[in-house]
Structures are given as structure tokens and as C-alpha cells.
Design a protein around this ligand. Sequence first.
Ligand SMILES: [Zn+2]
Length: 274
Amino acid sequence: MTAHEDGLAAVARLLDGGGVVVLSGAGLSTESGIPDYRGPDGVRRRAPMTYQEFVAGEPARRRYWARSHAGRGVIAGARPNAGHLAVARLRAAGRVSAVITQNVDGLHRAAGTPDAVELHGGLDRVVCLDCGARSPRAALDARLAALNPAFRDAGSRINPDGDVELPDALVESFAVAPCADCGGVLKPDVVFFGESVPKPRVELCYRLVDEGRSLLVLGSSLAVMSGLRFVRHAAKTGKPVAIVTRGTTRGDELATVRLDRPLGETLTALAATA
Ligand SMILES: [Zn+2]
């Protein structure tokens, strides 16, 4: 038996035991055409806009929304891949007790896991920083398209947060839409770098981990503390931690099982065992 088969059997045993809490990251969505900020080498490809930059002023927000609007088609058109579908089957079968995702692409829900906890929020909705109203991103998309008729899918490289690189002149010509209710500043309902995950959401995730029997990390390098803390918590409370991710992760020394394999194919194989 090879080490891979050994590891796969160990993850299958965890799933047979039930109560597996999944923590997923960008690596699970790359097969849906949404690239990771970090490749398998763990090296950051591009610095995302921080919360502090976003709230600092109009030019940064104009840049954010112009790029996000240009990349919207890719995100809105992305479909769940074999990995998301396998997780949904495992959740429906009760072998996975909860799904926590660091992804903002909504693909777990689209795959049929309606109760997936979106740790960092979701790109399918926006929030007003002034009045707090939340509204669907689709409504904003229509308003942005009407305000910027000459603006087409002008970008090239798409990033995981759903934006693309654009020439400065194009960014400067972009018209941003204010909150339809109060005229305030709209922000995607996602947790930016430099921003904290809302406390009730963090507490919910700790509770889900506490209620589970093991933790299964899928496609995350655990580079940021917002995900790594749950791995540390599970390990500290004596729960097995399995990690299926390309490349190394910050949680490797805490893992009882470590698999460096393609996510879609591996999860499909795991969901097929009963
Ligand atoms: Zn408002």
C-alpha cells in the first residue's frame, strides 16, 4: 500500500465515523476556474485590497468596484466542481456534520450545501457601511452596468475575490453606485484583509468544531489565522485533523493525516465509499 492510499483510507475512516467538520479554502475552487491567491508553492501572487484602503477614500473604492465589475462574469458564471459536489453528498449523508468555508464564491451553497458557514462572507451580496442595509449583488450589477455602458469585460487576470487587473484610465472613468437606500458607501459583504470576522460567526464555527469529531481541511494553506485557529483548537481538544491540500500548509504539524492530492478526484473517491 502506498502512503497516498494509506492517507486516503485514514480520511475515509474519519468520514465513516461521522461528525466530520470541513474547513475549505481557495484550493477547493480552483477547479471551478477561480484562482488561488497562493499557488501550491505557497507564494502570494498578488496583494488584495485591505479594509483600511477600501474605507480610506473614493479612489480606492472606485478601483475596487471597477475591477470587481470587470471580473464579475467569471465569478457569477463559476459552477461547483466535483469537490464541492462530493462535500454536498457527504454532508447530505451525515458523514460531514458542518461545512465552514473561507471562500466567498458561494459554490458550496450552489453545490447543495445550503448551511455552509461563509467565514469571510459572500460576493453575492453587498452591505452599506452607512445604514447597514444588505442587498443582492445582482441588483448592484445591473446598476453598475447602466452607469458604465462602455465598460465591458475589459480585464485580463481574475483574482479570487473576483476582480481583475485594469488600466488606470479605465478605472478613473468608472462610476460607482451609492447605497440605493441612503446614498452611503457600498462594500461587498465579505471580510477584507485587515478586517475581523464578526464575532458571532467565529463563535458559531468554534461551536461546530466542538460538536464535531474531527476536522477535515480542504484546499487551504491555512495562511491566515481566521482559519488556522480552528485547526489549532481542534488539535488542542484532541480531535483528529486531516488536511487534503496541494502544497504545504501552516497546519501540517497539527495534522494526523496529510494528503497532497487533487481535491475533486480525491473527494469524489471519498464520497463514493460508504
Ligand atoms: Zn445605506
